[in-house]
Design a protein around this ligand. Structure first.
Ligand code: GLP
Length: 228
């Protein structure tokens, strides 16, 4: 079912997201988490890191699973999404276990060995993508290499100063995302309002991959700009 918490402002969203995930880590210290990068969850990750540094939350047994990555970058490239996940999530939370998204077969085998994903933390692409499952992506779309749509390239341009956005990526499949036992979708800003409406209120369709999240145990944290 879908639980919508629509009244959070951007800062409250970070705190509410941190509360949501901290409760689950306290309940299951070896939680396996699919971890989105992008701007939206950064406040939440910082709020969790503050708890770890204060000694009120222990994430040392948590496993982070990478959601998406650009293809063709050299090691250490500042655009690397695995580097972003390291800096924003893995290091500040003191994690020791990471499942990188290197090639689809290895990733899929490692996830199977882990027993799948417990919790998916997701942002919403401006075209309804999840990870880099670009439209059209059906619920069975596997972990694979994809060509980014012009819309996604444009929206990712804001992540770094002046560097070109890669045109190809690898993404955890819709099958992986939808099999997560619980999902938290974070959405902020008026530019996400129409696509969030399509995802939650429109038909389930590969043209809006996020619309399939309604099949899952989904919690949506949206600020008023995104969900008035
Ligand atoms: C990006 C990423 C997603 C991210 C989404 C939203 O293109 N591939 O993993 O969740 O789009 O990004 P943002 O939170 O920056 O709006």
């Amino acid at each position: 079912g879908v639980q919508i918490l629509p009244d959070a402002q951007a800062l409250a969203l970070a705190g509410a997201g941190a509360d949501w995930l901290a409760r689950r880590i306290e309940h299951k210290p070896d939680l396996t988490i699919l971890v989105a990068t992008g701007q939206t969850p950064m406040g939440m990750y910082a709020a969790l890191a503050a708890r770890v540094q204060a000694g009120t939350l222990d994430c040392s047994r948590v496993t982070a699973v990478q959601l998406d990555e650009y293809v063709g970058l050299e090691p250490g490239d500042p655009r690397s999404l695995s580097g972003w996940m390291e800096r924003a999530f893995v290091v500040p939370l003191g994690l020791r276990n990471v499942v990188p998204l290197d090639d689809p077969a290895t990733f899929t085998a490692r996830l199977r060995d882990l027993g799948g994903v417990d919790v998916a933390i997701l942002g919403l692409g401006p075209n309804g993508h999840l990870g880099f499952n670009e439209p059209p992506s059906g619920p069975d779309a596997p972990t694979r290499e994809v060509t980014l749509t012009p819309e996604s390239v444009a929206s990712n341009r804001g992540y770094w100063d002046g560097l070109a956005v890669p045109t190809h990526a690898i993404t955890a499949g819709m099958d992986v995302i939808l099999a997560a036992r619980e999902t938290l979708l974070l959405v902020s800003g008026a530019h996400k309002r129409a696509i969030l409406g399509a995802a939650l209120d429109g038909p389930e369709t590969p043209d809006v991959p996020a619309s399939f999240l309604r099949r899952t145990a989904l919690t949506v944290l949206a600020d008023r700009d995104a969900r008035p």
